[in-house]
Design a protein around this ligand. Structure first.
Ligand code: UP6
Length: 275
């Protein structure tokens, strides 16, 4: 049962926000985050309807969707929020904020996207330093900090200490309560499963993109590993999958999502040694 799962974890999650996502993962038996990189908002809503029951989170790039007019944006936001509550998943806007707090605050709230109204979590680069985290705290948004990227030659992966400094930034500025976790290709701090670096009793969720069962990369620098590799070798808690599902085509969306959900859940249970 769920209580058994909670008590078998050796570490505590950083915040009620990450705990909320973890509870969804356990109850839906899914650590799959769909990266809904669709061309149109209508397609995004369609795939959400079809695979909503199989995912713990949906990741959006709202500024990469086509909208005809502001009314469509308003409709999109409403439908997405309805889907998330109907299917019990978290909405992550992958905005990768990377500016000073004052600017980030405007980008987070300004119309027409008004991200703070509908996204539960947002992705943020650690580059600007801790001050900007206050903007997200004020709006009560969960933050997922980018500690490492999946693409060839990304600077965070090359720079010594970038990951460690990103973690220290969170701990030293006292922002554990809003930081849900990290986008990363390897563990930042303590692991949910008990292995991994850092003696801290609290830990963060690791979100790992660059996951595919069909491909090893694309022409623009993306690199993929398999579901099992991401979770068991790289220590992902949540796998982020876009084209691995989307490119299977509309009639195979459900089947593909189910394959990633099942493999992901089995590997997570193995990693956390859940029964
Ligand atoms: N993403 C990465 N790598 C990172 C961070 N973010 O791929 O290090 C995002 C991309 C895309 C998704 O912006 O939305 O994850 C991956 O999509 P894919 O599975 O289709 O490659």
């Amino acid at each position: 049962g769920e209580e058994g799962i909670e008590s078998s974890l050796s570490k505590k999650l950083s915040s009620p926000k990450s705990q909320k996502l973890f509870d969804i993962i356990i109850s839906k038996q899914s650590n799959l985050c769909l990266s809904a990189d669709c061309e149109t908002w209508q397609e995004l809503i369609s795939i959400g309807e079809v695979v909503g029951s199989k995912i713990c989170a949906m990741k959006t790039h709202v500024d990469a969707l086509s909208f005809q007019d502001p009314n469509e944006i308003a409709l999109f936001k409403r439908k997405l929020a309805e889907l998330a509550s109907e299917h019990n998943f978290v909405i992550i806007e992958d905005r990768k904020f990377a500016d000073i707090g004052s600017t980030v605050m405007k980008q987070l709230t300004a119309a027409p996207f008004s991200i703070s109204e509908w996204a539960h979590f947002v992705t943020v680069h650690s580059i600007p330093g801790p001050g900007m985290l206050k903007a997200f705290k004020e709006k009560d948004k969960g933050v997922i900090l980018i500690a490492e990227m999946s693409s060839v030659g990304n600077l965070p992966s090359i720079l010594p200490d970038y990951k460690k400094k990103t973690l220290e930034m969170v701990e030293e500025s006292g922002n554990e309560d809003i930081v849900v976790g990290f986008v990363s290709q390897s563990r930042v701090g303590s692991s949910l499963g008990g292995k991994g670096g850092g003696g801290s009793a609290t830990c963060f969720l690791q979100f790992t993109p660059g996951v595919s069962l069909h491909s090893t990369g694309d022409a623009l620098g993306q690199q993929y590993v398999t579901v099992r590799n991401a979770i068991l070798e790289r220590d992902a808690d949540v796998i982020i999958v876009g084209r691995g599902i989307l490119q299977q085509g509309r009639e195979k969306w459900v089947e593909a999502a189910e394959q990633y959900r099942k493999e992901g859940w089995e590997a997570l249970k193995e990693k956390l040694q859940l029964k």
